[in-house]
Design a protein around this ligand. Structure first.
Ligand code: FAD
Length: 431
């Protein structure tokens, strides 16, 4: 008899809540990872860097588990089929996993829970991906926060009441013996992306100077940990412990991450394609396909926008300040539905995370909780002056920006500004 620990967005052996709980149980643990065919078949690009990232992460995980007397069983199937198949090979007492908060993950987990119930298998889920989940941080009236500052204040208060507890899963050796093949990337239908992945650690000095440097895309002033937080190759608890007392600004960014998960949990309409503020769904978007293509390719004639899009296309990453600029540009200068931009980021970002991405796009569109007001239209020239004054970032990604071959601005800034203000006013005035 075994208990299964099912790895998903928590691809590490250290400080893994669900793994720790499983290893402390009576049965030896069979660790499992499933390459979900439902997810993989939806990825249009066979060189998607995220599949490669996961493949590398589970290869490391497999070695770490082998060193502790077990092995990672890796399957390529629909999750329910994978569990049915495992149940023919093993007598399963329980399935343990860490909670997922995205819609797809919640529906998937409910179906596995129902199957487990029907087969007398216990199903346990733990909080691991966030510091505070669901209803742990609520206002005095017991309602969810929709504004960041009071949420973060309450979050910090909660941290004093409920300090971080780590789960030393790496110290327990209670695995079921076994030996399994690791499917190659090619056998999954993918090939290497050619992208480089950042290290899974952040220096104390970066955290200490984060507040002064984080807004300048030419500087290595941010952690680049987002892909690791996305796939759980680093523990959020260890990062919060490292952050406390070093930089309030940095800690706040980690709190933004929890904040958007909190929004997703309490306001499920945002995962159904709706604006957080529903009146913004009345906008008449222009949705010009040629302009959308120019934006995607980094050919708008606005160097800071084009630099950001080219960074995204080449690396799977974009600096946060530039994400805000390109998102605002798509929505406000080109009057293209923010959902188009959200979908493009979802396809391209290594760190794509539904909650943060949807939150970021709705922030830019003015339709989100605690969003930039609709009448605040970023001026790309002023943003460049403030955050890339020496043009270092632009020169790197758009070296031809002063040459004749570089496109003329796709739209005039002042004209676009007036146009979008009128469009928002019209939408918000409708009854
Ligand atoms: P750092 O500045 O070093 O911050 C540390 C960590 O804090 C990040 O890794 C991230 O996990 C978290 N964080 C920082 N800022 C935010 C934020 N605004 N919201 C939520 N978490 C945050 N982040 C994603 O992880 N996935 C996305 O799909 C995503 N899409 C975005 C779309 C738009 C339009 C915008 C404006 C922002 C988006 N962000 C997203 C938030 C932010 O841009 C990235 O988290 C950040 O740029 C990642 O770089 P870093 O790891 O160097 O961050």
């Amino acid at each position: 008899e075994v208990s299964i620990f099912w790895f998903r967005r928590d691809l590490r052996i250290e400080d893994n809540h669900g793994l720790w709980a499983a290893l402390r149980g009576d049965q030896p643990v069979l660790p499992v990872f499933i390459f979900d065919t439902d997810i993989l078949s939806r990825l249009p690009d066979t060189s998607d860097g995220r599949v490669e990232f996961i493949h590398q992460a589970i290869s490391k995980l497999k070695l770490a588990i082998q060193a502790r007397g077990g092995d990672l069983c890796v399957l390529h199937a629909k999750p329910l089929d994978a569990f049915k198949e495992l149940s023919t090979r093993f007598k399963i007492a329980a399935i343990h996993c860490n909670a997922d908060y995205e819609k797809y993950g919640c529906v998937r987990d409910e179906s596995i829970r129902a199957w487990a119930d029907a087969n007398q298998i216990d199903f346990y889920s733990y909080k691991d991906q966030v510091v505070f989940e669901k209803s742990e941080v609520l206002s005095g009236q017991g309602t969810p926060y929709t504004v960041f500052t009071p949420y973060s204040r309450k979050w910090k208060e909660q941290l004093r009441i409920q300090p971080i507890q780590q789960f030393p899963s790496e110290t327990i050796e209670h695995y079921a013996p076994g030996s399994f093949e690791l499917p190659s990337l090619a056998s999954l239908g993918f090939r290497p992306s050619g992208l480089t992945f950042p290290a899974a650690q952040v220096a104390d000095t970066l955290i200490q100077h984060y507040g002064e440097k984080r807004d300048f895309p030419a500087l290595p002033g941010t952690s680049r940990l987002s892909v690791h937080l996305r796939f759980g190759t680093i523990s959020i608890r260890s990062l919060v412990l490292q952050a406390v007392g070093k930089s309030e600004v940095w800690l706040n960014e980690l709190i933004w991450r929890d904040f958007y998960f909190n929004i997703l949990h309490h306001f499920s309409h945002v995962s159904e394609g709706h604006a957080f503020r529903k009146e913004y769904d009345r906008m008449d978007w222009r949705n010009n396909e040629t302009e959308f293509e120019a934006w995607k390719q980094g050919q708008t004639g606005y160097p800071i926008v084009d630099a950001g899009m080219r960074e995204l296309n080449a690396t799977g990453f974009m600096h946060n300040r530039v994400r805000m600029i390109v998102a605002s540009f798509l929505v406000k200068h080109l009057l293209i539905d923010w959902r188009w931009g959200e979908a493009y980021f979802a396809a391209k970002l290594l760190d794509f995370d539904f909650a943060a991405n949807n939150g970021g796009w709705q922030w830019a569109a003015g339709s989100g909780c605690d969003a930039a007001p609709y009448f605040r239209v970023f001026n790309p020239a002023l943003q460049t002056k403030k955050f890339d004054g020496e043009l270092t970032y632009i020169r790197h990604w758009v070296p031809e920006f002063q040459e004749l071959t570089y496109p003329q601005p796709i739209v005039n800034h002042e004209f676009a500004r007036e146009r979008v203000l009128a469009a928002y006013k019209k939408a918000l005035a409708k009854v």
